[in-house]
Write a protein that binds this ligand. Structure first.
Ligand SMILES: Nc1nc2c(ncn2[C@@H]2O[C@H](COP(=O)(O)OP(=O)(O)OP(=O)(O)O)[C@@H](O)[C@H]2O)c(=O)[nH]1
Ligand SMILES: [Mg+2]
Length: 192
Protein backbone atom coordinates (compact mmCIF):
# COMPACT_ATOMS: atom_id res chain seq x y z
CA UNK A 1 0.00 0.00 0.00
CA UNK A 2 1.40 3.37 -0.97
CA UNK A 3 0.54 6.04 1.56
CA UNK A 4 0.47 9.26 -0.37
CA UNK A 5 -1.23 11.24 2.28
CA UNK A 6 -2.37 10.79 5.84
CA UNK A 7 -3.81 13.21 8.30
CA UNK A 8 -5.33 13.20 11.73
CA UNK A 9 -8.97 14.24 11.36
CA UNK A 10 -10.33 14.35 14.89
CA UNK A 11 -10.89 12.76 18.28
CA UNK A 12 -14.35 11.72 19.37
CA UNK A 13 -16.10 10.29 22.39
CA UNK A 14 -19.76 10.23 21.35
CA UNK A 15 -21.30 9.37 17.94
CA UNK A 16 -22.24 12.98 17.19
CA UNK A 17 -18.52 13.77 17.24
CA UNK A 18 -17.51 11.16 14.63
CA UNK A 19 -16.32 12.68 11.35
CA UNK A 20 -19.02 13.23 8.80
CA UNK A 21 -17.23 11.48 5.94
CA UNK A 22 -18.73 8.59 4.05
CA UNK A 23 -15.55 6.60 3.50
CA UNK A 24 -14.73 3.01 4.49
CA UNK A 25 -13.36 2.80 8.00
CA UNK A 26 -11.01 0.23 9.53
CA UNK A 27 -10.94 0.15 13.33
CA UNK A 28 -8.25 -1.28 15.60
CA UNK A 29 -9.32 -2.72 18.93
CA UNK A 30 -7.54 -4.54 21.73
CA UNK A 31 -6.34 -4.32 25.29
CA UNK A 32 -4.54 -1.29 26.53
CA UNK A 33 -0.83 -1.40 25.66
CA UNK A 34 -1.23 -4.21 23.11
CA UNK A 35 0.15 -1.96 20.37
CA UNK A 36 -2.82 -0.48 18.45
CA UNK A 37 -1.32 2.97 17.98
CA UNK A 38 2.08 1.48 17.09
CA UNK A 39 0.43 -0.78 14.52
CA UNK A 40 -1.22 2.19 12.83
CA UNK A 41 2.11 4.05 12.70
CA UNK A 42 3.73 0.94 11.23
CA UNK A 43 1.00 0.53 8.60
CA UNK A 44 1.35 4.18 7.64
CA UNK A 45 5.13 4.03 7.74
CA UNK A 46 5.11 7.09 9.99
CA UNK A 47 6.89 7.21 13.31
CA UNK A 48 4.70 9.70 15.10
CA UNK A 49 1.37 9.93 13.35
CA UNK A 50 -0.27 8.37 16.40
CA UNK A 51 0.85 8.85 19.99
CA UNK A 52 2.40 5.80 21.62
CA UNK A 53 3.37 5.37 25.24
CA UNK A 54 5.05 2.75 27.39
CA UNK A 55 2.43 3.39 30.06
CA UNK A 56 -0.94 1.82 29.27
CA UNK A 57 -4.07 3.89 28.80
CA UNK A 58 -2.52 6.32 26.35
CA UNK A 59 -5.38 6.49 23.87
CA UNK A 60 -8.51 7.70 25.67
CA UNK A 61 -10.64 8.86 22.80
CA UNK A 62 -11.55 7.47 19.38
CA UNK A 63 -9.07 8.92 16.90
CA UNK A 64 -9.71 9.12 13.16
CA UNK A 65 -7.01 9.28 10.46
CA UNK A 66 -7.76 9.97 6.81
CA UNK A 67 -5.57 8.00 4.37
CA UNK A 68 -5.06 8.96 0.71
CA UNK A 69 -8.42 10.71 0.97
CA UNK A 70 -9.88 7.23 0.36
CA UNK A 71 -10.39 5.53 3.68
CA UNK A 72 -10.11 6.06 7.42
CA UNK A 73 -8.12 4.24 10.10
CA UNK A 74 -9.56 4.40 13.60
CA UNK A 75 -7.50 4.09 16.77
CA UNK A 76 -9.78 2.92 19.59
CA UNK A 77 -9.01 3.27 23.29
CA UNK A 78 -7.70 0.07 24.86
CA UNK A 79 -9.81 -1.99 27.23
CA UNK A 80 -8.76 -3.92 30.32
CA UNK A 81 -6.51 -1.25 31.76
CA UNK A 82 -6.41 -2.08 35.46
CA UNK A 83 -5.40 1.29 36.84
CA UNK A 84 -8.53 3.22 35.92
CA UNK A 85 -11.67 3.44 38.01
CA UNK A 86 -14.63 1.15 37.45
CA UNK A 87 -16.61 4.12 36.25
CA UNK A 88 -14.00 5.10 33.70
CA UNK A 89 -13.74 1.49 32.48
CA UNK A 90 -17.49 1.39 31.97
CA UNK A 91 -17.46 4.64 30.03
CA UNK A 92 -14.61 3.40 27.79
CA UNK A 93 -16.57 0.20 27.20
CA UNK A 94 -19.61 2.20 26.17
CA UNK A 95 -17.48 4.40 23.92
CA UNK A 96 -16.06 1.37 22.06
CA UNK A 97 -19.37 -0.47 21.96
CA UNK A 98 -21.40 2.41 20.60
CA UNK A 99 -18.75 3.05 17.95
CA UNK A 100 -18.75 -0.57 16.77
CA UNK A 101 -22.53 -0.81 16.88
CA UNK A 102 -23.46 2.42 15.20
CA UNK A 103 -20.80 3.12 12.60
CA UNK A 104 -22.40 2.36 9.23
CA UNK A 105 -19.26 2.88 7.17
CA UNK A 106 -17.24 0.40 9.26
CA UNK A 107 -15.53 -1.83 6.70
CA UNK A 108 -13.42 -3.89 9.05
CA UNK A 109 -12.44 -4.38 12.67
CA UNK A 110 -9.01 -5.67 13.54
CA UNK A 111 -8.55 -7.33 16.93
CA UNK A 112 -5.06 -7.09 18.39
CA UNK A 113 -3.69 -9.53 20.94
CA UNK A 114 -0.17 -9.79 22.36
CA UNK A 115 1.57 -12.82 20.84
CA UNK A 116 3.32 -13.47 24.17
CA UNK A 117 0.17 -13.99 26.21
CA UNK A 118 -2.93 -16.13 26.32
CA UNK A 119 -5.89 -13.89 25.35
CA UNK A 120 -7.85 -12.64 28.37
CA UNK A 121 -11.56 -12.89 29.10
CA UNK A 122 -11.90 -9.32 27.80
CA UNK A 123 -10.25 -10.36 24.52
CA UNK A 124 -12.72 -13.22 24.16
CA UNK A 125 -15.62 -10.86 24.86
CA UNK A 126 -14.34 -8.47 22.21
CA UNK A 127 -13.86 -11.31 19.74
CA UNK A 128 -17.43 -12.53 20.34
CA UNK A 129 -18.74 -9.00 20.11
CA UNK A 130 -17.10 -8.41 16.71
CA UNK A 131 -18.17 -11.85 15.52
CA UNK A 132 -21.78 -11.08 16.40
CA UNK A 133 -21.78 -8.31 13.82
CA UNK A 134 -19.34 -9.66 11.26
CA UNK A 135 -18.60 -12.91 9.52
CA UNK A 136 -14.87 -12.92 10.08
CA UNK A 137 -12.33 -11.22 12.28
CA UNK A 138 -8.79 -10.23 11.41
CA UNK A 139 -6.63 -10.93 14.44
CA UNK A 140 -3.21 -9.32 14.65
CA UNK A 141 -0.81 -10.96 17.09
CA UNK A 142 1.48 -8.08 18.06
CA UNK A 143 5.06 -7.84 19.37
CA UNK A 144 6.30 -10.73 17.22
CA UNK A 145 9.86 -9.44 17.67
CA UNK A 146 9.65 -10.31 21.37
CA UNK A 147 9.43 -14.09 20.96
CA UNK A 148 11.65 -16.66 19.27
CA UNK A 149 10.80 -18.04 15.83
CA UNK A 150 10.24 -21.50 17.27
CA UNK A 151 7.60 -20.18 19.69
CA UNK A 152 5.45 -18.54 17.02
CA UNK A 153 3.27 -21.48 15.93
CA UNK A 154 2.51 -22.49 19.51
CA UNK A 155 1.54 -18.94 20.42
CA UNK A 156 -0.77 -18.62 17.43
CA UNK A 157 -2.45 -21.93 18.31
CA UNK A 158 -3.01 -20.79 21.89
CA UNK A 159 -4.59 -17.57 20.63
CA UNK A 160 -6.84 -19.44 18.19
CA UNK A 161 -7.89 -22.00 20.80
CA UNK A 162 -8.58 -19.42 23.50
CA UNK A 163 -10.62 -17.13 21.27
CA UNK A 164 -12.23 -20.16 19.58
CA UNK A 165 -11.72 -18.77 16.11
CA UNK A 166 -13.08 -20.47 13.02
CA UNK A 167 -11.60 -21.02 9.55
CA UNK A 168 -12.94 -17.71 8.23
CA UNK A 169 -10.89 -15.69 10.70
CA UNK A 170 -7.34 -14.71 9.85
CA UNK A 171 -4.49 -14.34 12.28
CA UNK A 172 -1.36 -12.39 11.35
CA UNK A 173 1.78 -12.26 13.47
CA UNK A 174 3.04 -8.69 13.41
CA UNK A 175 5.89 -6.53 14.65
CA UNK A 176 5.59 -2.78 14.62
CA UNK A 177 9.35 -2.66 15.25
CA UNK A 178 10.41 -4.68 12.18
CA UNK A 179 7.12 -4.25 10.23
CA UNK A 180 6.88 -8.02 9.80
CA UNK A 181 3.34 -8.82 8.67
CA UNK A 182 2.69 -5.40 7.17
CA UNK A 183 2.26 -6.45 3.53
CA UNK A 184 0.07 -9.38 4.50
CA UNK A 185 -2.18 -7.19 6.65
CA UNK A 186 -2.55 -4.50 3.96
CA UNK A 187 -3.40 -7.24 1.50
CA UNK A 188 -6.34 -8.29 3.70
CA UNK A 189 -7.46 -4.77 4.51
CA UNK A 190 -7.45 -3.40 0.99
CA UNK A 191 -10.10 -5.89 -0.11
CA UNK A 192 -12.63 -4.48 2.27
N1 LIG B 1 8.89 -4.63 20.75
C1 LIG B 1 7.69 -4.17 20.38
N2 LIG B 1 7.08 -3.23 21.11
C2 LIG B 1 5.86 -2.80 20.70
C3 LIG B 1 5.22 -3.29 19.52
N3 LIG B 1 4.02 -2.69 19.39
C4 LIG B 1 3.91 -1.84 20.45
N4 LIG B 1 5.01 -1.89 21.23
C5 LIG B 1 5.25 -1.13 22.47
O1 LIG B 1 4.16 -1.36 23.37
C6 LIG B 1 3.82 -0.17 24.08
C7 LIG B 1 2.35 0.19 23.87
O2 LIG B 1 2.15 0.51 22.52
P1 LIG B 1 0.91 1.39 22.02
O3 LIG B 1 0.95 1.38 20.54
O4 LIG B 1 0.87 2.71 22.70
O5 LIG B 1 -0.31 0.49 22.56
P2 LIG B 1 -1.88 0.84 22.51
O6 LIG B 1 -2.57 -0.46 22.26
O7 LIG B 1 -2.15 1.94 21.56
O8 LIG B 1 -2.15 1.28 24.02
P3 LIG B 1 -3.38 2.21 24.58
O9 LIG B 1 -3.39 3.47 23.79
O10 LIG B 1 -2.99 2.40 26.00
O11 LIG B 1 -4.61 1.41 24.43
C8 LIG B 1 4.79 0.91 23.58
O12 LIG B 1 5.90 0.95 24.47
C9 LIG B 1 5.23 0.38 22.22
O13 LIG B 1 6.51 0.83 21.83
C10 LIG B 1 5.93 -4.30 18.76
O14 LIG B 1 5.46 -4.82 17.73
N5 LIG B 1 7.15 -4.69 19.23
MG1 LIG C 1 -3.01 3.75 21.81
Amino acid sequence: MIIRQCEFIKSAVTPDQYPDLDLPEIAFSGRSNVGKSSLINSLLNRKKMVKVSSSPGKTRTINFFLINEQFILVDLPGYGYAAVSKQEKASWGRMIESYLKSRDNLANVVLLVDIRHKPTGDDKLMYDFIKYYRESVIIVATKLDKITKTAVQGSLSLIRDTLQTDERDRIIPYSSETHAGRDELWELLKHE
